[in-house]
Design a protein around this ligand. Structure first.
Ligand code: 26V
Length: 831
């Protein structure tokens, strides 16, 4: 820490230079000729290409640079004014971000789309082609990472001084190829051609320490302190990505850390002929940020993951503390001036690290350090799955982070004293941070709850279950600490950018683009719900979006479908609790009915997309099954005019932006009580898809918002799920009593979709009969009936169009601006 301050200070002061002109100077003009000039300038002078040699990548980089130059002015301005006005800052600590492509986002936020488009047209280039060239940074697994990016967007738009901290992974989420129907993982090389958005701050570095020993020592005043010595050190280097707000001149920062070795290269070893040894330390350091861990295949429990967590937590806190000290001169008022939001428990070590910084580096007593720490952190929980709660073996922490373990033990010991009275043994054991027993683990959720002033769930149901089922004792012990902040999504990316024609229509109805930052204005659409001419225009937009998607799927994958069929879409990580398999059961059932001579009410195109964690066997089998079911159906002339099935490979943010605006039916069919919130559900509904879903996560609040006539709810409630399991759930009985189910399951297990290897999918069917943990069979009948209703409704065009419109009109409350206003008011004390 002290080293880092010195290093930073020395750079600033050693330079010994004083620039005589204010920087930035006059802001760069944003008219079309100037933008065109900038693009040409960057092609020639940054990329060093002429018109003959410039590749698509050169053009993309040149355009991005031209846009970035215009962001830079605002970025410098925002950084300075946030420093000057000294408002409270929010630090969002997240291991994952899924920002999506940034060019169109930046252009729309700056309000320069027609100028950029025009400049490119003059150069004989297509703006849309340039957009497609950009790599999609996959620095996250799914909902949690995408939420972090929506939140950064909303903080910038609301003018909150919010910084995102994370890790600059060399390889993000793997690329998914489908080979013979099965998922194959390939490395994601998002940095191969460099990122035009990041600025490497090679002088903004901190030392992050690991291993070593802790020695108690006494200082000259007689006070005991703890020296953490003989550590293995790594340097963390900052890479900044701009986060522009919507047309408000604000640009916040996403700061991603990457590691560097303390010593670049061991020349002595090299000279002695040990060429591998000379770069060994460099490799060890760089491995920290090599690859994103899957968050949904069970806790990795891997040391490298713990190293990653500590790496970004330590660098981020050092950075925030350094900035705070430089601005305010003392750490006493840290919680008045900054708040750290922990995105799940991944950054939970921050609680111990902050204590260490305050006590060991800044000489605070335990009591004062604790008072500061617990007022500076807030924790968001994102899952109820017991197996998803992070724990770390005490012995691993002891070796890797001995000082932090000591601190965690002391926090736990003091908690133990406080809860000793009024709680029985069992309750105390559940509340404890460190498990009891011979090989104990540290429970990161408990540490986060105890070390924060706020704990929140991400939907009303999730928060209720969090309080009642997961942490009842801690909830009672800390009255008022547990809160709900229902998730939201940014309307910039998820309407304005991905659905430009709908955006245009909304702007026309509202009379301005005010809805982009005030999504409740979508209500205005309701006035037109009885106007058939308007409904026809609204419907035409969906039809065009579907036609575009159909053309893309054919061009890209050779998949053909009928744009007038129901586009029925389920896109999300592949997980048993999300029940893609229930969707497949329904598809097979439909197929069997067609084979039996029954024509469905409306033709349907069922689209799936999503990645399975590479170690998650059942999820991978489900992908394999979907592809084989798809092949069988799509090749069957009797079926293909009524039903088609497609699995989009390598689903990611940029693919979601194509699929969501084209959906008629949004599949949100998790087992009730399992999906913390969902955010895809919100994106679909605000683009006019009708939801078929269970009363789970935010679906409940969506149903409440759009009205029960405008959503298709089926299946058991969370309460009924619990009761059903308690009563002894018998999937076998359902199989035996429901002939439809029997036909579907027998089809799978007898090889109707794997003629080359009839037993291939037997384990999938067997898992349903053996225990069916997620009650697919229990919800099957209700799902099939509700799908039938969906088809009837879809055929009633005026009715369906009205439902679709009312979904858009009533989804305003799910803007992440709204969510962030909730965090700002209930938790952060900003705005
Ligand atoms: C982790 C694990 C690990 C063990 C095996 C099962 C499992 C399942 C899920 C997870 C993900 C945990 C964190 C996460 O991504 N949660 C998602 O957060 C979104 C944003 O709040 C929310 O909308 C999703 O419902 C929630 O799954």
């Amino acid at each position: 820490m002290r080293d880092a301050c010195l290093r930073d200070a020395s750079i600033r002061h050693c330079a010994g230079m004083k620039i005589r002109e204010p920087i930035p100077g006059a802001p760069l003009p944003v008219d079309q000729p100037s933008i065109k000039q900038s693009i040409v300038h960057h092609l020639a002078h940054t990329r060093m290409r002429d018109q003959y040699r410039a590749s698509a990548s050169d053009v993309f980089h040149a355009v991005a640079r031209a846009v970035r130059d215009r962001i830079a002015d605002r970025w410098l301005g925002s950084t300075k004014s946030q420093w000057d006005d000294g408002k409270k800052r929010v630090y969002y600590l997240s291991m994952e971000y899924l920002p999506g492509r940034l060019l169109r986002d930046a252009v729309l936020n700056l309000g320069i789309e027609s100028e950029v488009r025009g400049a490119l047209t003059e150069l004989g280039l297509s703006y849309d082609d340039v957009l497609e060239t950009e790599a999609d940074p996959g620095l996250g697994n799914g909902g949690l990472g995408r939420l972090a990016s929506c939140f950064l967007d909303s903080m910038a738009t609301l003018g909150i001084a919010g910084t995102g901290y994370g890790i600059r992974y060399d390889y993000g989420m793997f690329r998914q190829a489908i080979v013979g129907g099965a998922q194959v993982e390939e490395p994601d090389t998002w940095l191969l051609h460099g990122s035009p958005w990041e600025t490497s701050r090679t002088e903004t570095t901190y030392t992050v320490r690991y291993e070593g020993r802790v020695e108690p020592r006494v200082d000259p005043t007689g006070r005991t302190f703890y020296a953490w010595v003989d550590t293995q050190d790594v340097i963390a280097e900052a890479h900044d990505i701009p986060v522009p707000g919507y047309r408000n001149g604000v640009v916040n920062t996403l700061r991603l850390w990457s590691p560097r070795p303390v010593q670049e290269f061991d020349l002595a070893l090299f000279n002695a002929g040990d060429h591998f040894g000379s770069v060994h330390k460099r490799n060890v350091a760089e491995n920290i940020s090599r690859v994103l861990y899957p968050n949904d295949s069970g806790p990795p429990g891997k040391e490298l993951r713990l190293r990653q967590e500590y790496f970004f937590v330590s660098a981020s806190l050092q950075d925030a503390v350094t900035r705070h000290l430089a601005r305010w001169g003392s750490l006493d008022d840290l919680p008045e001036k900054c708040v750290f939001q922990l995105n799940d428990t991944h950054p939970a070590l921050a609680v111990a690290e902050m204590m260490r910084l305050l006590m060991d580096e800044h000489l605070f007593t335990w009591e004062r350090a604790w008072s500061i720490t617990k007022r500076a952190f807030a924790y968001t929980n994102h899952t109820l799955m017991p197996e998803a709660l992070e724990t770390w073996p005490v012995h691993m922490l002891d070796r890797l982070l001995p000082r932090q373990l000591d601190i965690i033990r002391e926090i736990d010991r003091r908690l133990g004293i406080e809860i000793a009275q009024g709680h029985d043994e069992q309750a105390q054991a559940r509340m404890a941070i460190i498990e009891r027993g011979p090989q104990p683990n540290v429970r990161m959720a408990n540490l986060s709850i105890v070390g924060s002033f706020s704990v929140n769930g991400v939907s009303a149901l999730h928060t209720q279950l969090l309080r009642e089922r997961m942490f009842p004792e801690l909830d009672k012990f800390f009255p008022g600490k547990f809160k709900n902040e229902t998730n939201g999504v940014t309307p910039r990316r998820w309407i304005q950018q991905c659905n430009p024609e709908l955006a245009k229509l909304i702007t026309e109805v509202v009379g301005s683009d005010a809805w982009v930052t005030d999504l409740e204005k979508l209500r205005e659409l309701e006035k037109h719900a009885g106007d058939s001419a308007f409904l026809e225009r609204f419907r035409a937009i969906k039809r065009d979006n579907k036609a575009k998607l159909a053309a893309f799927l054919e061009k890209e994958h050779g998949f053909r479908c009928d744009p007038s069929s129901i586009f029925d879409i389920q896109i999300k990580r592949i997980h048993e609790y999300k029940r893609q398999l229930l969707n497949v059961l329904h598809v097979i059932h439909r197929y069997q009915r067609i084979k039996a001579g029954e024509k469905p009410e409306a033709p349907r195109t069922v689209i799936f997309g999503g990645k399975a964690a590479s170690a998650y066997d059942m999820a991978k089998r489900i992908i394999h099954l979907i592809n084989h079911v798809a092949k069988t159906i799509n090749e069957d002339p009797e079926a293909r005019e009524h039903l088609r099935v497609f699995f989009v490979p390598n689903y990611r943010v940029s693919y979601a932006e194509r699929l969501i605006p084209a959906a008629d039916l949004s599949e949100q069919i998790s087992t009730a009580g399992w999906e913390a919130s969902g955010t895809g559900n919100m994106k679909f509904a605000m683009n006019g898809a009708v939801t078929i879903g269970t009363l789970d996560g935010a679906n409940i609040e969506i149903a409440d918002a759009v009205g029960e006539d405008n959503i298709l709810i089926f299946g058991m409630t969370a309460e009924q799920v619990i009761q059903r399991v308690r009563a002894g759930y018998q999937p076998w009985q359902l199989y035996e009593s429901d002939t439809r189910l029997r036909a579907v399951i027998d089809g799978i297990s007898h090889g109707a979709f794997s003629r080359d290897e009839p037993g291939r999918f037997r384990p999938v069917a067997q898992s349903l009969l053996d225990n069916d943990r997620f009650l697919l069979l229990g919800d099957f009948a209700s799902y099939v009936e509700t799908q039938q209703r969906a088809e009837q409704l879809f055929r009633d065009v005026p009715r369906w169009t009205r439902m679709s419109l009312l979904n858009v009109a009533r989804m305003g409350r799910f803007s992440s601006d709204n969510t962030i206003r909730g965090y700002a008011k209930d938790i952060w004390g900003v705005l």
